[in-house]
Design a protein around this ligand. Structure first.
Ligand SMILES: Nc1ncnc2c1ncn2[C@@H]1O[C@H](COP(=O)(O)OP(=O)(O)O)[C@@H](O)[C@H]1O
Ligand SMILES: [Mg+2]
Length: 221
């Protein structure tokens, strides 16, 4: 099962005068939904972008199952090992629901028919009704769009799911639905799920809670 371990990660944006992440050390594992909480500007999104391979830390190391991640091919890491889910869903507006979810599969060379089949399975897993698969994202509710975004992440084959305030644009009921999908992916399918959130209720039900304060990360629960 996946384990992800960060050791003394320090990061500074170019031209900035201070470190945004200060010797961050933490562990995440498959089978768990972890949350990262903390005030705006404390460094949560920066932490996710480093985990996502979008940026490289100045110092420190990242290990996946004991293997050095920062020494790996970063494009491969971004495409196959991690997948990011955003507050604003970030679906492709000109592709249908099914095409959005097929996209990462086709990018990885899966033949079209097989990609469509697998995409349908992933959409079923997030509970989206088949009559909506031919719609465009603009014709879905926010909660439905976020389900599609999660299904698209599953299509990447990544076992590490990073979600940056995924329920920030959703009401209470949709928030609960999305979080229960993440819980199921972690607990039943062994995904490693890391959710950045402002919502104390989400933190309460997660398996581990990390608090970011001014670039320093501390385990709360
Ligand atoms: N591209 C950037 N260039 C310079 N500074 C940035 C950039 N992105 C974020 N920051 C700064 O880094 C700090 C942490 O930001 P961020 O990780 O987005 O925090 P959070 O997600 O917790 O709100 C903030 O002070 C922010 O202004
Ligand atoms: Mg943020």
């Amino acid at each position: 099962m996946t384990t992800l371990s960060l050791e003394h990660i320090t990061y500074k944006y170019k031209k900035a005068d201070k470190n945004v992440l200060k010797e961050v050390s933490c562990q995440f594992s498959g089978g768990e939904m972890a949350t990262v909480i903390g005030p705006s500007g404390s460094g949560k999104t920066t932490l996710l972008s480093i985990l996502a391979g979008l940026d490289e830390p100045a110092e420190g190391s990242i290990l996946k199952d004991g293997q050095d991640v920062l020494g790996m091919d970063r494009d491969l890491w971004r495409r196959q090992e991690v997948s990011v889910i955003f507050q604003s869903f970030q679906l492709f507006p000109l592709l249908t629901v099914l095409e959005n979810v097929m996209f990462p599969l086709e990018l990885n060379g899966t033949p079209k028919k097989e990609a469509a089949q697998k995409a349908r399975e992933n959409l079923a897993l997030v509970g989206l009704a088949p009559e909506k698969y031919k719609r465009y994202p603009a014709n879905l509710s926010g909660g439905e769009q976020q389900r599609v975004a999660i299904a698209r992440s599953l299509s990447s084959g990544a076992r590490i799911l990073l979600a940056d305030e995924p329920t920030g644009n959703l009401d209470g009921e949709n928030t609960r639905n999305i979080i229960s999908i993440f819980e199921r992916l972690a607990h039943e399918l062994n995904y490693c799920v890391i959710v950045v959130t402002h919502d104390p209720e989400i933190a309460d039900i997660s398996d581990a809670v990390w608090q970011m304060t001014d670039g320093m990360l501390e385990k709360m629960a």
